[in-house]
Write a protein that binds this ligand. Structure first.
Ligand code: SF4
Ligand code: SF4
Length: 156
């Protein structure tokens, strides 16, 4: 699917959320990602969306830098729910094939082995030294969850 085909969805999202943003900057001021990566700026992303630059936002890697900590959500005086806007934008970008490969490979790994991080020999050894139980991959339920949530469809 092309980005253009998803315009209605993006416009609806903007109309219901970001349009309430009055650019106070509280989100950027409290964002932990902005602290370590100043080029990431939630207020500026909101501004771009309001000004109609949604294609640029969806095509850039910015929306994938957010850690989804929800601090901006808690601090926003307008209840924009910016972290949820990011989730929606990611979903839309993924459907348009604009999700970064690193994210997609993690989804594939989750489907195949039930984990997004590989259990290395070093991790197993460290857990054993700390008397922690052996980690078990549990892929049985994962494919069913992915099917039910549509994650498999979005990956493709
Ligand atoms: S905190 Fe809310 S109103 Fe203020 S700039 Fe961020 S999204 Fe806009
Ligand atoms: S949810 Fe994302 S944009 Fe909001 S404060 Fe956390 S890292 Fe920043």
């Amino acid at each position: 699917m092309k980005l253009e085909d998803l315009e209605n969805e993006v416009q609806k999202l903007i109309k219901n959320t970001v349009m309430y943003c009055y650019q106070c900057g509280k989100c950027s001021g409290s964002c932990p990602t902005t602290k370590v990566c100043p080029s990431y700026n939630p207020r500026r992303i909101a501004e771009s969306l309001i000004l109609g630059r949604w294609k640029k936002v969806l095509s850039s890697n910015e929306i994938w830098l957010c850690t989804l900590c929800h601090t901006c959500y808690e601090n926003c005086p307008q209840n924009v729910g910016f972290s949820h806007v990011i989730i929606e934008l990611r979903n839309i970008a993924a459907r348009a094939g604009a999700a970064p490969d690193e994210f997609l490979s993690r989804v594939r790994q989750l489907a195949e082995v039930g984990r997004i991080a590989v259990i290395s020999k070093a991790i197993e050894r460290r857990r054993s030294e700390l008397s922690l139980p052996e980690l078990q991959a549990s892929p049985d339920g994962i494919p069913r969850i992915m099917e039910a949530t549509g994650l498999k469809l979005r990956e493709g």
